[in-house]
Ligand binder design. Structure first.
Ligand SMILES: Nc1ncnc2c1ncn2[C@@H]1O[C@H](COP(=O)(O)OP(=O)(O)OP(=O)(O)O)[C@@H](O)[C@H]1O
Length: 904
């Protein structure tokens, strides 16, 4: 708190013209880019990683060994793969930076004498910024006016205790105002701030690995180990069967590298980036790409109430005073009020409203016929209330308005009513506040000292005990219960004459506790905040998706329960808890909360953190919303911290993984749906990719097991070309699959990308079918040409045609597989052929490439293949229905076992 008068003296700030000139001179207020990798380095990196280097060695060896075609082919493969990966990564990076630019930080500054909100990047040296709790300080500053202001400087100093600031103290860009309000003059922006110096130091630090990254690296590692093992076995068998060591080494490297899914990581990144873009179109902005995937596996959502479930458009609809009840309806200036009570009924209500407004900073302005909030919507509603009652009284609407009508002079004659002493009837005149102790979520009240009075408003349980027991405590409690039971937020308003207190210059106590006692209760005010229309439907969707929801609110238990009941959140056992009653033990707490539709009221930020920890201990993947200054730790603790883009504080936004641009609960649900879709897509192309690997490996396994006596159905070059000709485009197309309509009709699952289900599908169903037909096409061609196992290898022409048949089979089977992989449970013909246009294009390109690889003679000769015979072609064609049939039966089988619809 502070009684510092400089808060009320207005420093005019810069003129717009001066600011524009300074902005041109100094440049925008942006931190120097954390030295991003230059493009050429990112490009070069695609050609210098371990596997690429192995391929370069293989190419060099091929040239030295006098096999220039192989050398050229390997080089082509490295280049195509490198360019493809680079393009994908660049696209993903571009998408990510577009997302970052969607939420520019805004700052309130005083320009030309009025407060305006501008992007933080446009702040210049000399600007006067107006800060309130939760704001990030946009540059280095000197404080010019402060009100109970403390700043979290931990990011610069490591000191976790907030630092109190007084006028004249310096403040630093990037730190946060934790408490109170402040006015400050900017002394340095952008690269000249202290943060910039530190940011350049820390830019080189690696960001932590996300779970998805860890998981993907695991997948790539497994496949790489398998590939290298095969390479080793192949090398050994080649040597044993009399191949020269150089050739053996060459082929071993070729086989290993062909099997390693280098393209997988960039494809996944791109797929996440596209998921993030789709979320952004639905007003959900992820702050890291990996959050897209985590969102998909969310099992529990803890949401707050005001603004997320409700519209945060408050209006005061009822005033209870010991003498009267005033019920207001309608909007605009002149409410239709129903008043019960004696002659002073409206006078009492007005006095309450004026007091509550004096203890507020939020204000309301009339737009058309509606009050629009400037600042805290609840406080704005109190401002509107005061003006409406004045207006009503002045125009005679309040039939018992009595003596204070219009002028507000009434009770102030005896100097007893500071609020009304400053009042005009229509025009709000601000009262001169000597000292303010702002609202904080622990005290749950706010008080001000005005002209020798202490004026206070706050949560009833936190105000009533400070009051001299009113004669009609029971009536007060009944009024409170009744209003809360209707879902109204209820505030108590009280005041006290301060004996012999200091003037505006203080000194005032830091702790208002010693002043906030022996208060006189003026009454209660009930505020209505309509639920969002989308919420009931969104809650139904969450339930259908097997996700549990809890409401964590700072509001009164009865109010919270009423709203939760109204929107259909409250669970069947109607569990409504209070923050103070939550058990300390995290296991107990987890067990208590682990059900659907729990309401926790009067919850503090620390309790939110505990709730997050307890639910995660139960194995939940938790999304938690928060908008307050102190919500940062809970948001960081949750798997998905959700902050509000429209309201909410900078602190919360920067701790969050997901920002809701429209503050709407339904948007979280939309984001979860998109997250599930993206995860399903990654599994789709992983399945597709791995099936191909089975088909590519089988010839080598057969060859090696036969000790080199069974000819090799596919050569290294053919494998490399399969990888490029068939894998890249369909994998991309699978990454663009739309969200499955039923994705939100099954329970969430937290599983490894490469789980048993996927492995069985690849290694026991799709892969073997493809491999069997591939080997059948090869063997049948040889057989019909008269070759029998164990005999001398047939001539080059026969081998080429057989190998061409095997190659064709893999391409065609993969073509069918691309369609099979579009869903994990539905056969492709039920998905509609035109629902993924990119897939049709990918398939067309694949077919053209196949024709080229078979019929362009130099290419075919280089690959060691020729167009297949009729018999070979028939087997290749048969592989398609066979693969689809196997896929169909497998889907039916697992589908039935899973009992219940599931798709994706
Ligand atoms: N500006 C204020 N001045 C006085 N009391 C307030 C103020 N804001 C809130 N309160 C009281 O404190 C209680 C808790 O408010 P708080 O803002 O902490 O809740 P919250 O967590 O934002 O609630 P919700 O879940 O509804 O968003 C309110 O129910 C109200 O009684």
């Amino acid at each position: 708190m502070s009684g510092d008068p400089s808060m009320t003296t207005t420093v005019a700030g810069l003129s717009t013209a001066a600011a524009t000139r300074l902005l041109a001179e100094d440049g925008p207020n942006l931190l120097p880019q954390a030295s991003t990798v230059p493009r050429w380095r990112a490009f070069a990196a695609q050609f210098t990683h371990f596997f690429a280097v192995m391929l370069w060695v293989a190419a060099a060896l091929a040239f030295i060994a006098g096999m220039p075609q192989l050398g050229v082919a390997v080089t082509v493969v490295v280049v195509i793969n490198g360019v493809f990966s680079y393009v994908q990564e660049a696209r993903a990076e571009r998408a990510a930076s577009q997302l970052r630019a969607m939420l520019p930080a805004q700052v309130l500054v005083r320009r030309d004498g009025t407060a305006v909100s501008i992007p933080a990047a446009e702040i210049v040296h000399g600007d006067v910024v107006l800060l309130s709790a939760g704001d990030r300080i946009p540059g280095d500053v000197d404080f010019t006016g402060t009100e109970s202001c403390t700043v979290d400087e931990s990011m610069l100093s490591g000191e976790s205790e907030p630092v109190p600031k007084r006028p004249g103290d310096p403040g630093f860009g990037g730190t946060f105002l934790v408490n109170g309000n402040a006015e400050a003059e900017i002394t340095a922006t952008g690269a000249r701030t202290r943060l910039a110096a530190i940011a350049t130091l820390t830019a080189t630090a690696q960001p932590p690995q996300s779970p998805l990254n860890v998981e993907l690296r695991r997948v790539v590692r497994i496949i790489s180990v398998v590939a290298l093992t095969f390479g080793g076995v192949f090398f050994a068998v080649s040597l044993l069967s009399g191949t020269s060591w150089r050739n053996a080494f060459l082929f071993a490297i070729g086989v290993s590298v062909a099997l390693i899914p280098e393209g997988l990581l960039p494809t996944v990144t791109l797929s996440l980036a596209m998921g993030a873009q789709r979320m952004a179109r639905r007003n959900a902005l992820v702050r890291h790409l990996q959050a897209v995937e985590t969102l998909g596996s969310t099992t529990f959502i803890c949401t707050d109430k005001t603004g997320t479930l409700t519209q945060n458009r408050m209006s005061a609809v009822e005033v209870w005073t010991p003498q009267s009840v005033v019920v207001l309806s309608g909007t605009g200036y002149a409410p239709s009020a129903s008043i019960t009570g004696g002659p002073d009924a409206v006078a009492g209500a007005r006095r309450l409203a004026w007091t509550a407004r004096a203890a507020s900073r939020g204000r309301a302005v009339l737009h058309g016929d509606e009050w629009v909030a400037e600042g805290d919507p609840m406080e704005a509603a109190l401002d509107a209330l005061a003006r409406r009652l004045d207006h009503g009284a002045g125009s005679g609407a309040g039939r018992s308005a009595g003596k204070s009508a219009g002028t507000g002079a009434g009770t102030s004659a005896d100097g007893d009513d500071p609020g009304q002493a400053a009042a005009g009837a229509e025009v709000a005149v601000e009262v001169a506040v000597d000292a303010r102790w702002p609202f904080d979520p622990a005290r749950k009240r706010e008080s001000v000292a005005v002209a020798g009075h202490l004026l206070l408003k706050g949560a009833p349980e936190f105000v009533l005990p400070l009051c001299v027991a009113p004669a009609d405590l029971a009536a007060c409690q009944a009024a409170l219960d009744e209003m809360a039971g209707r879902g109204l937020r209820v505030l108590a308003v009280a005041e006290r004459v301060l004996p012999g207190t200091p003037g505006p210059d203080g000194p005032w106590p830091e702790d208002p506790g010693e002043l906030e006692r022996e208060l006189t209760l003026l009454g209660l005010v009930g505020l209505h905040d309509p639920p969002r229309e989308s919420v009931a439907e969104a809650l139904r969707a969450t339930r259908a998706a097997g996700i549990k929801v809890a409401m964590l609110t700072g509001d009164h238990p009865t109010t919270a329960a009423a709203i939760a009941g109204e929107i259909g959140l409250l669970g069947p056992d109607r569990t409504v808890l209070e923050g103070k009653d939550l058990p300390e033990d995290p296991h107990l707490l987890g067990a208590l909360l682990d059900r659907d539709g729990v309401v926790v009221s009067r919850v503090s930020p620390e309790q939110k953190l505990k709730v997050a920890q307890a639910l995660q201990l139960r194995g939940h993947v938790l999304a938690m919303t928060g908008d307050g200054v102190n919500d940062g730790p809970a948001l960081q603790e949750a798997d998905i911290g959700v902050a509000m883009g429209a309201s909410g504080t900078d602190v919360a936004r920067e701790a969050a993984d997901l920002v809701l641009l429209d503050d709407d609960f339904a948007t979280i649900v939309a984001a979860v749906e998109q997250g599930r879709a993206t995860y399903a897509n990654i599994r789709r192309f992983l399945t597709y990719h791995l099936t191909d690997n089975v088909a590519e490996l089988t010839p080598f396994v057969v060859w090696a097991l036969s000790g080199g006596s069974f000819p090799l159905a596919l050569g290294v070059l053919q494998i490399l070309f399969l990888d490029i000709g068939t894998d890249l485009l369909p994998a991309l197309a699978l990454g663009t699959e739309k969200a499955d309509k039923r994705a939100m009709h099954r329970p969430p699952e937290r599983r490894h990308l490469m789980d048993t289900r996927l492995m069985v599908r690849v290694f026991a169903v799709l892969g073997p079918v493809e491999a069997v037909f591939e080997m059948a096409a090869f063997t049948l061609t040889l057989w019909l040409a008269g070759w029998r196992p164990g005999a001398e290898f047939p001539g080059v022409g026969v081998l080429a045609a057989a190998s061409g048949a095997a190659f064709t089979t893999v391409v065609l089977a993969q073509l069918a597989n691309a369609f099979a992989c579009r869903s994990e449970s539905v056969p492709p013909w039920r998905l509609g052929w035109r629902t993924n246009p990119l897939m049709l294009k990918a398939v067309a390109v694949e077919l053209l490439a196949l024709l080229g690889f078979l019929f362009i003679m130099p290419v075919a000769t280089m690959l060691g293949q020729a167009p297949p015979t009729i018999a070979g072609l028939l087997v290749a064609l048969l592989s398609m229905p066979a693969l689809l049939a196997a896929d169909y039966w497998h889907k039916r089988f697992t589908h039935r076992r899973a009992a219940g619809p599931s798709a994706g």
